[in-house]
Structure formats: C-alpha cells, structure tokens
Design a protein around this ligand. Structure first.
Ligand SMILES: Nc1ncnc2c1ncn2[C@@H]1O[C@H](COP(=O)(O)OP(=O)(O)OP(=O)(O)O)[C@@H](O)[C@H]1O
Ligand SMILES: [Mg+2]
Length: 411
C-alpha cells in the first residue's frame, strides 16, 4: 500500500495553510480545530455519564465514601448525601410540569468537628465544579474585599471557564456565622452589621441571573461581563455558630419549666445544635430571608474522646497513618499504643479544639524523633513506640534497635 501525504484536514477539509496545526497520520489528517471540537464532544459525553452515574445518584454510596474519611457526623453525612444526589437528579432531569426547587444546606456545629472536611470530601467524590469560599472575606459591594460575585468567578475557574458547567456546580461557603448581624462587629472594612453581605448573598443562593466580570479566554468583542444563572447551583453553608448552643439551651430551659416540661434526650443535651430552629438562627443574627433559603439545616456533633481516637487512626489518611508513612520513608516503624492515643485525644478535648488540635499535639510529641530520625537509623533504630508516658511528655518513647527493645533513656 502506498502512503499518501495529506495536506488538508480529513474532517473539515481545511488546508494545511488555513489551520494552526495539521496532524498527519498514515491514512488521515486532522487539524487543531477539529481536535478541540472532538475533545469538547468527549467531555460533554463524560459529563453526561457523571450526571447519570449511579454512584452520584445513590446517597448511601456517597455516605459510604464519606465514612472512609470522616468519623461520626451521621446526620450531616446523610443530609449532604441526599442534597447532593437530589442536586444531580434535579439538574439531570428538568421537568416542564414540576419545578424542582433546590435544597441548599446549612451545616452548624462546633469548630474542628468536620464541616469543612465533609465539604472537601464531597467535592473530591463528585466530578462537578466545586468551589469552597470563606464568608469572612466577602463584603457588600462598595467595601474593601471580595464581593459575592467573586464566589461565582471561583466556581467558573473550577469549571475551566465553562459557564454552562459551572452553573450546575456546588458552592461551599465556610464561616457563614461570621456574617451574622452583630453589634460588636469591629471591622471597619466591612459593613458593620454583616447584614449587607447576607442581603447580597440572598439572590445568588436563591437562584437568579448574576452578571460577573468575564473570565473567558474567548471573549466576545465588547463584552467584559458574563451572565450566570445560579438557579441550578447548590449552595452548602457551614459555620461554628459559637454561642448558638446557649440560645438553644436557654429556649429549651424556658420551655421545660412547669407542667409542660419536656423530657430532653441525653444526646440532645450533649449536642444542643441538633435542636437548632430557624428562630434560634435568627436570634443569633441571620436575617429571616437568609435562613429561609436553606431547605436543609443539619449539624455536626462535638467529638467524644472515643471519636477523637478514631479520628487519629481510622480514616484512610488518618494522622497516625500519615506520620507512619513519613517515618517509614526513613526506614522506621512508628507505633502508637492505645493508651497514648487516648492521652492525645484527652489533651485535644481539654484544649476544646476537637480534631483540629490533634495534629498539633502529635507533631509536638514526634518533633524530637523526626529531628534525630536519620542519625538514629544509622545507629540501628528500627522502631519507635509512643506509649502513654511519652505521649504525655513525661518520658521518652520506646525504641527498638536491631530488634532489641531498649528504653530510649538508656541509649
Ligand atoms: N469527624 C471527623 N473525622 C475525621 N477527621 C476530622 C473530623 N472532624 C475534624 N477532623 C480533622 O480536623 C481538621 C479540622 O476539621 P474541619 O476543618 O472540618 O473543622 P470545621 O468543623 O470546619 O471547623 P471550623 O468551624 O473551625 O471551620 C480536619 O482537617 C480533619 O483532619
Ligand atoms: Mg471550617
């Protein structure tokens, strides 16, 4: 067979001179424009597959994935899994007769218990554009800081500039409690009450056509603004709402006075956030219209000592596993005794930082051994065992040198 040299694209017929690049194979040629087009078609197909993927439609599978990384927090996991799967169903099956309203989610709960982590893990699981923003940086138009539209710009960036794709995405706004209306708000760069930001977020969260500065590389001449329809974007907002528990407890105390006292479940007493009502949130400083935009209000619970021990060792990329990996790189087998893990968990509990403080505590314990690791390996070290004593800072870790266990003190 004779090899024939192609000088034009076999797809669109354009000649080599009329295109930027012509890739010539043995029997056919294709130009750069046709390659782009093919790639778009393939990506669209991929998007459709993702939208119909049963892994993203089945809430139990979404929760299974979250379970691999986040300890406890079943209420929030179930609420998020359902909201996300509903979101997929909704954007995938627009009905002419029944307008499916979106269910934005508000997630409350103490610091360091997994709110942001849940959002990040959901983002990893999905193949949808997902932007994580922080409400503290957002200001009302006219003030120093990012305006609410910057959230959409971020989402569009996550969608590689594809507005269509971005308008089906998910936005997580963290620290939403920081824009509650508060008398003592001190920032002079932000509107004093925070209410302005809530007002500005309202329209976007509810669903409207927003105009934002164009980020597109292929700008239409003369248009530096682009329109984004937010009605199919799912918004998840999270916040620690420090002090909300007091509002809830006070309300419940008043209700339980006298004959009509209600017996309150013990788990509720431990986790008052579970009982949060829209009224409590309004009293906290969210404006009623803002609270009203969230179809689902869920919470994360304070982590118990047992939970904190689980956080240390169970998730797929748990802190213990991370450090074991780091030490393994130097050829050291790092072990934690159960007593030591409980000790670390108790310390985190005392510091009231929940899981957020765990890494810091472990880092402090392991720092001297990390510093000396390579020298110790040269002297034959094979194993470091962190026991209760070394975890509490009262002694040094146990070390094994060439299979012989010796107390670190005696070396
Ligand atoms: N339930 C949990 N399971 C596993 N790890 C957790 C859990 N909660 C928190 N962590 C760990 O603690 C860190 C901090 O958690 P995260 O950022 O999700 O807290 P948060 O609830 O968003 O707190 P804040 O209100 O202060 O923003 C995470 O990166 C993770 O390592
Ligand atoms: Mg957070």
């Amino acid at each position: 067979m004779t090899t024939q040299t192609n000088h034009s694209c076999d797809f669109c017929g354009k000649s080599k001179e009329d295109v930027e690049k012509l890739i010539v194979g043995e029997h056919a040629a294709i130009c750069n424009d046709c390659i782009d087009l093919c790639s778009e078609i393939l990506n669209d197909e991929k998007d459709k597959k993702v939208l119909n993927n049963k892994n993203t439609l089945n809430p139990t599978l979404i929760k299974d994935y979250l379970d691999d990384y986040v300890i406890g927090q079943d209420d929030a996991k179930i609420a998020l899994s359902v909201a996300v799967s509903q979101h997929f169903k909704r954007i995938n099956n627009p009905s002419k007769d029944i307008k499916l309203e979106k269910t934005n989610v508000l997630m409350l709960g103490p610091t360091g218990c997994g709110k942001t982590m849940l959002a990040r893990k959901i983002a990893e699981y999905l193949d949808l554009p997902f932007a994580i923003c922080d409400a503290t940086g957002i200001t009302e138009a006219g003030y120093v800081g990012d305006d609410v539209e910057s959230i959409l710009t971020r989402l569009i960036n996550e969608a590689d500039g594809d507005i269509e794709k971005a308008s089906r995405g998910i936005v997580y706004i963290d620290e939403i409690d920081k824009i509650a209306r508060k008398g003592e708000s001190v920032s002079i760069t932000r509107d004093v009450s925070g209410e302005g930001v809530q007002q500005a977020l309202l329209k976007m969260i509810e669903g409207s056509i927003m105009r934002i500065p164009s980020t597109s590389k292929r700008k239409h001449p003369g248009s530096d603004m682009q329109e984004v329809d937010t009605s199919s974007i799912l918004f998840i907002c999270g916040g620690a709402f420090v002090g909300l528990d007091k509002i809830i407890e006070k309300r419940m105390d008043t209700r339980s006075v006298g004959f009509h006292s209600v017996t309150v479940d013990k788990t509720v007493v431990n986790n008052p956030y579970r009982m949060a009502t829209t009224k409590d949130l309004i009293q906290y400083g969210l404006i009623p219209e803002f609270v009203g935009r969230f179809g689902l209000i869920t919470n994360v619970d304070e982590l118990t000592i047992e939970n904190l021990v689980q956080v240390l060792k169970e998730p797929k990329n748990s802190i213990v596993k991370q450090y074991q990996y780091i030490f393994e790189l130097d050829g050291i087998n790092l072990m934690f005794e159960n007593d030591a893990l409980s000790q670390i968990a108790e310390k985190a509990k005392d510091l009231k930082t929940n899981a957020r403080g765990l890494k810091n505590i472990i880092e402090k314990i392991l720092l001297p051994y990390q510093f000396e690791a390579m020298d110790l390996v040269e002297r034959g070290l094979t194993k470091i065992i962190i026991d209760k004593n070394s975890a509490s800072g009262k002694g040094e870790a146990l070390m094994e040198f060439n299979k012989k266990t010796v107390d670190a003190k005696s070396t």
